[in-house]
Design a protein around this ligand. Structure first.
Ligand code: COA
Length: 275
């Protein structure tokens, strides 16, 4: 029992539409809930008529893990970015049929509430309710993680980058997860990412401006237990303890964090993703 760490989750909606969500693990649920409500009512995506905040005391110690190392990949076009994503996922062991299923999920999805869980071999849908998908929840950053500062020093100052990195770090830690791809369904936000070989590859333009199609596909290794994966994603609290480095490809594309500013070596960023 911790008794003093809480999962605080906020969701804002307008009618039937989900406007925004935020969550973290914290010892100070009061201040955290206030910040989240302030963020909800000023969100660029809509004017919520309902904001729900859930404060839940954890009954178990969270798993602790550093964030995935981040590589920002600059490409000349959205098509080129998607081709790089396909190569990275294939290198990680995602077969052609599963890649095609992932592409369909991302292209068709404008309203799904969660991620599609796909068999990395044949693309079979493994989440119990495909209308809903599976949502990773109960995750956050440790107060001394320095993740916001590290993200800012890497030239990526945006809470969406921090939130996506925390979410992707939890997803990558789930049993059986081989890779993930995510494209925003916010027409004003073109960035997206894939996780392969333990690296978070960020693409500043993975969608054309104005495109509201997006979503998330998680690829499960052959033989993995989908139920165990879903249980972990939905229930296990995970605390991200620090950054593990940021780099850019090609290197001249922009600033990188001062190596002294990050909490762990960046060597993983250099490794080639593999199955
Ligand atoms: N998108 C759309 N609808 C959402 C939603 C989301 N990200 N999160 C919650 N809802 C709606 C759904 O209708 C949901 O009902 P369902 O469980 O039948 O799908 C309802 O709100 C209640 O959801 P619940 O999980 O009880 O919400 P919560 O108060 O615990 O808050 C969030 C959860 C919002 C913090 C969480 O969903 C979230 O956004 N997590 C991070 C992002 C994420 O995992 N995104 C995956 C989408 S691809």
């Amino acid at each position: 029992m911790t008794g003093d760490l809480y999962s605080v989750r906020m969701r804002a909606s307008e009618g039937d539409d989900h406007v925004s969500g935020a969550e973290t693990l914290t010892a100070d649920p009061d201040a955290t809930a206030r910040e989240m409500v302030a963020r909800a009512v000023t969100h660029s995506r809509g004017d919520p008529d309902e904001v729900t905040v859930t404060v839940e005391r954890l009954d178990a110690e969270p798993d602790r893990t550093p964030a995935l190392p981040v590589v920002t990949v600059e490409t000349g076009s959205v098509a080129a970015a998607r081709a790089v994503v396909a190569d990275l996922l294939a290198d990680a062991g995602v077969d052609e049929r599963a890649l095609a299923a992932g592409r369909d999920v991302l292209a068709a999805d404008t309203a799904t509430r969660g991620a599609a869980l796909l068999d990395a071999t044949d693309g079979t849908r493994l989440d119990p309710d495909p209308e809903r998908g599976v949502r990773a929840t109960r995750m956050g950053t440790a107060p001394d993680a320095g993740l916001d500062a590290a993200v800012e020093r890497a030239g990526l100052a945006d809470t969406r980058v921090r939130d996506a990195l925390v979410l992707a770090t939890k997803v990558a830690a789930a049993p059986g997860v081989l890779a993930e791809v995510c494209r925003s369904d916010n027409p004003d936000y073109a960035a997206g990412y894939c996780v392969a070989g333990g690296v978070y590859y960020r693409f500043p333009a993975l969608s054309e401006p104005g495109d509201d199609r997006g979503g998330r596909a998680i690829f499960l290794a052959p033989g993995a237990d989908p139920e165990a994966c879903v249980r972990f994603l939905e229930e296990r609290p995970v605390l991200v303890t620090g950054a593990r480095g940021f780099e850019r490809r090609p290197p001249e594309a922009g600033p990188v964090a001062d190596p002294e500013d990050v909490d762990a070596p960046v060597a993983d960023c250099e490794s080639t993703p593999s199955g």
